[in-house]
Every structure is written in structure tokens, then in C-alpha cells.
Design a binder for this molecule. Structure first.
Ligand SMILES: Cc1ncc(COP(=O)(O)O)c(C=O)c1O
Length: 429
């Protein structure tokens, strides 16, 4: 017999999560952050300054890289990676279908052509078994993305890259501390990019970090970061642009804030991972719910929690997106911060309509292959994943939220999945 409290909030029943339970916003600021930021603005170098140099050294040490450049975004660090790996006009860069827009647009920004590879069903990361079929004589690089904070299968990717003499630029923008075979993301490829955007485990408002173990790649990336100059930003200028450069440097205040947060990143990551695993365990054994995975080699840093509605739970004749949105909305009405996951990269208008620099450029470039195809039928796992994914908000599962918030999230999701047949379509809710 169902109790009145079982009635879905979407149908007028009581919320599973009481309104008194508060979810905390990420990140929590402390006295260390304030001390670093105040010290930065009280000294004279507010543009590139001593905190930028120190952050580079400290992050390189933390992550296990020889070189690091402190940038003003993860997007900038990715773009620097393409330039530093000598990707040129009309070259092809292979990447996953599932990522944040910048993973694809940084390729277009560099006049190169993104080529997407479908994801693995379980990990939702680029499927290494499908990469070789996408390689052509024009392929210059692969960008694996440690998406949702789970490290990619880097052994398989590096093996393919070595065989075809292709560079690997890791998009570790969500992967601070994600582990592959116990080694940190960003230490496998020729270079890697991290984001310091507020949502990230390592956040400084906005910002980024470029890392590499290859000195030549690092020097080229640093030139792109700072007007095409060859000097380190803290050394004397010769007022000479040696290459086409941008202004991708961070500022001292942002770097100071980042240093404060880096000092406790291990602790923050451990708490994020513990929450992620508690949530994942608590959602075990639910009919119709596909949980995210870790594998023996690939470990999460707890960045994001994304689960899926199983295909056999989709009602016939209803648009899958509408159904997934309806399930997410019903969970949200129970008081659980969730949202439908986003679209895949090839679906974006910039890709489908080939809106780069105008006139079809870079796809129309004489150096580019003419038969590039972005039809979605090539990415069946992606299409099904995007249509069925629901993401728990970072301000739900990320610390300082803890056991009480995680248990509330589990309760709300369980309630809705125990009666999927009762979920009203969103526009009728
Ligand atoms: C996978 C991925 N790549 C690239 C980026 C771009 O980083 P930023 O926002 O710092 O430019 C992000 C940021 O959300 C990301 O999640």
C-alpha cells in the first residue's frame, strides 16, 4: 500500500527533501583565500606578478609536470596546446562527442577541423576502439577529455597516437586529480589544459593552467599566451612578436586566490570523491537507473555526478528528450538539485552549420578535407546518452555538502524511480 508521502511532488505530494535542508554553494571561502588575495592587491604587481610564477611552480609540482603556464581560462590553455603541437590550417583533430563547447571550438579557433569519435557506453568517455577509424593523413592531434572528472583510458590512446605519430592534448579542465593507473590526469599526453572556473574542483573564479613535460611545446605555448613574445612574462621585454599570439595570461589576484585553494585541493578532492562514492553506492540496485562508473584503472575526482535513465524505461511514442526532462523535473520538484545533461558537441549549430570565420572557413579552406561529415547517426552511443542523462548539481553533491545532503539526494531520486510510470510529462506537470 502506498503512503500519502509516496505521492510525487510533481503530482502535488510532499517533497522528499525537506525545505529546511540547505545545500551549500561551491566553493567555501576561508581565511587563507582572503589572506592570499589581500596580500596580492597590497603589493604592486596586479597584472602578471609573483603569485602567477608561484602558482605555476606549485601546480607543476602538485600534478607531476615539468612545466606549467598560468592562463586566464581553460579554453585559452587548450588553444595554446593546439598551437604548441603545431596544428595548422586544415589539419584534423580528433576528439570526443561529449564535452564542453571549448573542446571543439579551440580546434576551429586554430583553423583546424574537429573530427568526433563516439563514446564508450559505460565510461561516457571517448571510445579508444573507435579512434583509429577516424584517423586520416591530415590528423595531427587527439584531445581526450577527462569528462565529468573520470580519467580516460590513456594507455590505449597514447598507443594509437604513437603508432600514427599524432600529438595528444589532454582536456583535463574537469580532471584535477582524476587518476589513471594511479597517475594524475594531465601527465600522459604531450600537454594538457586545466580550467580554474568556479565550478571546478580547483577553482579560482576563472582561470586555467597549461602543463607539459616537453620544453619546446611549453615554450611555444607560452609565446601564444603572451602576444607571441618568446620571453617568460616576468622577464624583460624586447617588444617583438615572434609568432601569432593572444593575451591568455592570468592576473596576480586570480593566481593568489588559486594558490590558497591549491593548498587544500587534496583535502577538497578527497571530500568530493567520498561524496560521489556515497551517492553512487546509495543509488545502487535501482530499476531503470544506470549509474556512472569507475574502472579498475580509471578513477573519478568527484567533479560531476551524471546518471542515466535506462532505455527500457522510455515510454513508447514520447520524445526521449521530453521524457528524460520530465524525470529530471520530477526529481527537482522533490527538492533535489538536478538538471538534464547538455547536448553533444557535433549537435551545436557552430559545427552543424559550419559557422567558423565566415564563408564556411575553416571547413572551406583549400587545405581541409572536403568530405567531413557531422551527421549524428555516426554517434549512436552519444545520442542515447545525451537523451537519457541527468546531472546532480555540483551545489548538491560537492563539499561542504556531506552525508545529510547526499542521503537526501538519494531519497529524492529513489522516490521518483520507484514510480516512473507516474511521472507526468513536463509540460503537463
Ligand atoms: C571539458 C572542458 N573543457 C574546457 C573547458 C573550458 O574551460 P574554461 O571555462 O576555463 O575556459 C571546460 C569548462 O567548463 C570544460 O569543462
Amino acid at each position: 500500500m502506498s503512503k500519502p508521502s509516496d505521492k510525487l511532488a510533481a503530482l502535488g505530494g510532499p517533497r522528499a527533501v525537506p525545505r529546511e535542508l540547505k545545500f551549500h554553494v561551491w566553493p567555501k571561502i576561508n581565511a587563507t583565500d582572503e589572506k592570499f588575495v589581500l596580500a596580492s592587491i597590497r603589493q604592486n604587481s596586479h597584472a602578471w606578478g609573483p603569485n602567477c610564477v608561484a602558482l605555476q611552480d606549485e601546480f607543476a609540482r602538485w600534478n607531476g609536470n615539468r612545466f606549467c603556464a598560468a592562463t586566464n581560462s581553460g579554453t585559452a590553455a587548450l588553444h595554446m596546446g593546439l598551437a604548441a603541437c603545431d596544428v595548422g590550417a586544415g589539419d584534423e583533430v580528433i576528439t570526443t562527442t561529449l564535452s564542453w563547447t571549448s573542446t571543439a571550438t579551440c580546434i576551429v579557433h586554430h583553423n583546424a577541423i574537429p573530427v568526433f569519435v563516439d563514446i564508450d557506453h559505460d565510461t561516457m568517455l571517448i571510445d579508444p576502439a573507435k579512434i583509429e577509424a577516424a584517423i586520416t593523413p591530415r590528423t595531427k592531434a587527439i584531445i581526450p577529455v577527462h569528462y565529468w572528472g573520470l580519467a580516460c583510458d590513456m594507455d590505449a590512446i597514447m598507443k594509437i597516437a604513437a603508432k600514427h605519430n599524432i600529438k595528444v592534448i589532454e582536456d583535463a579542465c574537469q580532471g584535477h586529480g582524476s587518476l589513471y593507473r594511479g597517475r594524475k590526469a594531465g601527465t600522459f599526453g604531450h600537454c594538457a589544459a586545466f580550467s580554474l572556473n568556479q565550478n571546478k574542483n580547483f577553482s579560482a573564479g576563472e582561470g586555467g593552467l597549461f602543463v607539459s613535460n616537453d620544453e619546446q611545446i611549453y615554450i611555444k605555448a607560452r609565446a601564444v599566451m603572451s602576444f607571441g613574445e618568446l620571453r617568460a612574462p616576468e622577464s624583460n621585454r624586447d617588444f617583438h612578436a615572434y609568432a601569432l599570439g593572444w593575451m591568455y595570461r592570468t592576473s596576480d589576484v586570480a593566481a593568489a586566490y588559486a594558490r590558497g585553494r591549491l593548498a587544500r585541493l587534496d583535502k577538497d578532492n578527497a571530500a568530493a570523491i567520498a561524496n560521489w562514492r556515497l551517492l553512487n553506492d546509495g543509488l545502487g540496485g535501482i530499476d531503470g537507473l544506470i549509474r556512472p562508473v569507475e574502472t579498475a584503472k580509471q578513477k573519478t575526482n568527484g567533479y560531476a555526478y551524471v546518471f542515466r535513465v535506462a532505455p527500457d524505461k522510455f515510454p513508447k511514442g514520447v520524445d526521449p528528450n521530453l521524457w528524460r526532462d520530465s524525470v529530471a523535473h520530477a526529481i527537482w520538484l522533490e527538492g533535489v538539485p538536478v538538471a538534464s545533461a547538455r547536448m553533444s558537441l557535433p549537435e551545436h549549430t557552430v559545427i552543424q552549420a559550419r559557422q567558423g570565420y565566415g564563408g564556411g572557413c575553416p571547413w572551406s579552406c583549400p587545405m581541409a578535407r572536403k568530405d567531413i561529415d557531422y551527421s549524428m547517426s555516426q554517434y549512436p552511443v552519444t545520442v542515447q546518452t545525451v537523451n537519457s542523462s541527468i546531472q546532480v548539481g555540483i551545489n548538491g553533491h560537492r563539499p561542504p555538502n556531506g552525508k545529510s545532503q547526499i542521503n537526501a539526494i538519494i531519497k529524492g531520486i529513489r522516490k521518483v524511480f520507484s514510480q516512473l510510470d507516474n511521472v507526468p510529462l513536463k509540460d503537463q506537470a
